[in-house]
Design a protein around this ligand. Structure first.
Ligand SMILES: [Cu+2]
Length: 134
């Protein structure tokens, strides 16, 4: 512990290193999301203004998002190749994707305000919600 304190005394900027690395990680992640979507999937440029959600580890990430009326959400299946396909299916029937294999995407628009819960058809334990603000 004392040795570490002495090291930091000699190179005080070392204490900032984890912060700098953390920030660099944030920015590169964001740049990747805009250019290629999560997990490197190519996105239709028309989908870029969407809120983009990854499907990974048999979950919607994040499982709760907010958009404005008229906003869009794009789900991207980020599972590794060979993982069973998923859907995004509104509980009330407002939207429903086909089975999305790893690497596939689905986009829908939200024309009305409200809270819309959804699930994955083959894996009903996978759930999420989209809150649409007026
Ligand atoms: Cu699923």
């Amino acid at each position: 512990m004392q040795a570490r304190a002495a090291e930091l005394g000699r190179w005080p900027w070392l204490a900032l290193l984890p912060i700098v690395i953390g920030l660099a990680g944030c920015f590169s992640e964001r740049a990747t999301a805009v250019a290629a979507g999560p997990c490197g999937t190519s996105l239709d440029p028309a989908d870029i203004p969407s809120i983009i959600l990854a499907i990974q580890n048999f979950a919607f990430d994040s499982n709760s998002v907010r958009v404005r009326v008229g906003g869009r959400v794009t789900w991207v299946n980020c599972e590794p190749a060979g993982t069973p396909s998923h859907t995004t299916t509104a509980d009330g029937g407002a939207w429903g994707s086909s089975l999305l294999a790893p690497g596939q995407t689905f986009t829908t628009t939200f024309p009305t305000a409200g809270t819309f819960t959804y699930h994955c058809e083959p894996h009903t334990f996978m759930t999420g919600q989209v809150i649409v603000d007026p």
